[in-house]
Design a protein around this ligand. Structure first.
Ligand code: ARG
Length: 301
């Protein structure tokens, strides 16, 4: 029965990454704030001073992201924001989702651990509606901060898993066994790029937008080997530092906070349309466009 409903959802327009549109989970920034620091971008002191302004700007930026995604044909689902869980807005961290299965995230820092049971309920409700077929929990003691650290490469049908800052390397076999796909686990070595989605973005045309400084020598060698030199798009450091790599790629469209003329040129030259959306204020929490969304209809084949 659940399989049938997923097939129905797929027929009704659920899309692979290569196609525009699709179904995405977001969470309104109703309780978003920077009240603690668990990555180098987070500045609770600045939020204290300018919270009202930043709160208003981040909310309107988030609304613009909603409009941009809807304009690209995306259907949105929303998780209910909870007081005391300001980072719930970053739904990329809620789970890893593929082929109708959701693997609910666990979190390194106590400040975010309360999100796990809330997102478990969110995914159970999506399953009840036939939008997912299975909801799974991580084994006890293993951290995997969802799609933020487990980025799908739609061309190689491989997950790129980041470990060493937030998620555990031990999460790799869990993902491999549950989804039955290849997992490339790479160590993240720069605290500024603490989630895989801050430094690596595989694109639908087979290229990868990434920031080499976030990876070890072995990691860089693996990226070169799997993607091939012709597919490497190196983000200039200033773009990496405005979290431009944290981009949403749907078909030939790329949605991001801001891109320098150089980065925009590299992407348009490859045939992508670049959409700047004003989500830069989430940078004060270490997040950007990709962090704010979670694809629910991704399929491996
Ligand atoms: N403040 C959040 C944290 O540090 C930001 C998460 C951004 N999400 C992401 N997928 N990179 O956990």
């Amino acid at each position: 029965m659940p399989d049938t409903s997923l097939t129905a959802a797929a027929r009704a327009g659920a899309a692979t990454d290569a196609l525009p549109g699709g179904r995405i989970l977001m969470c309104a920034p109703e309780h978003f704030e920077v009240s603690y620091a668990i990555n180098p971008w987070m500045r609770p002191d600045r939020w204290q001073e300018e919270g009202a302004l930043l709160g208003a700007r981040s909310s309107s930026g988030w609304e613009r992201l909603v409009d941009t995604l809807r304009g690209l044909g995306v259907e949105l689902e929303f998780a209910a924001p909870q007081p005391g869980l300001p980072d719930m807005v970053f739904t990329a961290n809620a789970a890893v989702v593929l082929d109708g299965k959701a693997l609910v995230a666990t979190f390194r820092h106590p400040q975010r651990q309360g999100e796990t049971p809330v997102f478990r309920r969110t995914f159970d409700a999506l399953k009840d509606r036939g939008l997912l077929t299975e909801v799974h929990d991580m084994p006890a003691g293993v951290v995997l901060e969802g799609a933020g650290d487990c980025v799908w490469d739609p061309v190689r049908r491989t997950f790129w898993l980041g470990y060493g800052q937030r998620s555990d390397k031990a999460a790799a076999p869990v993902v491999r066994d549950l989804f039955g796909v290849e997992v490339e686990a790479l160590e993240l070595v720069d605290p500024r790029f603490y989630h895989m989605d801050t430094c690596l973005c595989p694109l639908t045309g087979g290229e990868v937008l990434y920031f080499p400084g976030a990876f070890s020598a072995e990691g860089n060698a693996r990226i070169l080997e799997r993607f091939g030199a012709e597919n490497l798009i190196v983000a200039p450091e200033p773009d990496a530092c405005t979290l431009a790599v944290n981009a949403v790629n749907l078909g030939r469209d790329i949605v991001l906070a801001t891109a320098s003329p150089a980065l925009r040129g590299m992407l348009t030259e490859r045939g992508y349309r670049v959409h700047e959306t004003p989500v830069s204020d989430f940078g004060l929490s270490g997040g950007s466009a990709f962090c704010l969304i979670l694809k629910l209809d991704r399929v491996s084949k």
